[in-house]
Write a protein that binds this ligand. Structure first.
Ligand SMILES: Nc1ccn([C@@H]2O[C@H](COP(=O)(O)OP(=O)(O)OP(=O)(O)O)[C@@H](O)[C@H]2O)c(=O)n1
Ligand SMILES: C[C@](O)(CO)[C@H](O)COP(=O)(O)O
Length: 240
């Protein structure tokens, strides 16, 4: 039976957030963002093995925030894709080609249990992998160099890619290595797999699984967590 692995890239610097520390260590409802994200993953997949990717110079991390029994730490790379490649290398032979791996940004603490469960179920059926995503809701403009509208892009068929993004370990290794050899920087795992000519499955996710990126996103995440907790208590559903 194939095993489930979780890779959580948490080696970013949070430059767009502009805080006094990387955004994964900013406080959200009394705990760091990183602790929330790992809790959500653990609630959905307590049996999984975790590879947590941290900058070698990280001075904020506390292992008490990791609820998983089976976990290891790996280093950060220059780009996010390098970080994920280092994690796959760190897992080594423990992770077989047919094992499943979900890669989830540490900066997405609001991911719901329901989305995580549905994604894993979809992944079991999808040789090309699967990722949470939401259809684009706004009209899309392409800017020119002067900050004016160059064109309005048709939004039909456009989706926002979220995480987790899940694949068989062997496929993700092959895809990221191929991207590296081509010298292409991919901003998500699915792009690397697409470049092999495969078509990962888009799994409709909740829009509140956003990536904390800019300063105003932290307050938004706090509101989302509170609303999810209230809805969970009121309706007995599995948001948190
Ligand atoms: N070299 C990198 C770059 C990013 N990440 C992680 O990838 C996720 C998504 O990246 P992003 O939102 O861009 O985070 P930062 O790189 O921290 O932010 P910024 O780009 O604003 O500096 C985050 O969980 C981040 O910690 C990583 O592990 N290694
Ligand atoms: C992986 C990702 O979160 C999917 O939307 C996104 O591509 C990360 O992008 P960033 O450039 O690291 O912010």
């Amino acid at each position: 039976m194939s095993r489930l692995w979780l890779i959580v890239p948490a080696a970013g610097q949070g430059r767009r957030m502009g805080a006094d520390r990387p955004k994964q260590y900013l406080e959200l409802d009394g705990r760091p963002v990183l602790a929330h994200t790992l809790s959500r993953l653990y609630q959905a997949f307590p049996e999984a093995g975790l590879c947590l990717c941290l900058d070698d110079d990280d001075r904020w991390f506390d292992p008490a925030w990791v609820p998983f029994a089976d976990w290891l730490r790996s280093s950060g790379g220059i780009e996010r894709a390098d970080t994920v490649s280092l994690a796959l290398a760190r897992l080594g032979d423990q992770a077989g080609d047919d094992d499943l791996v979900l890669v989830h940004d540490v900066a997405r603490p609001c991911v719901s249990l329901d989305d995580l469960t549905r994604l894993r179920a979809a992944l079991e059926q999808e040789p090309a992998g699967a990722l949470l995503a939401t259809p684009v809701a706004d009209t899309m403009k392409r800017a020119d160099a002067a900050g004016r509208i160059a064109t309005t892009e048709p939004r039909s068929g456009l989706w926002h890619a979220q995480t987790p993004q899940g694949f068989r370990v062997g496929l993700l290794r092959k895809a990221l290595e191929a991207a590296r050899l081509r010298g292409v920087t991919v901003t998500d795992e699915a792009s690397a797999v697409e470049a092999l000519g495969l078509a990962p499955r888009l799994v409709m996710g909740r829009r509140d699984n956003f990536k904390i990126t800019h300063p105003e996103d932290l307050a938004l995440a706090a509101h989302v967590l509170a609303a999810q907790a209230a809805s969970s208590q009121a309706f007995g559903n599995s948001i948190t």
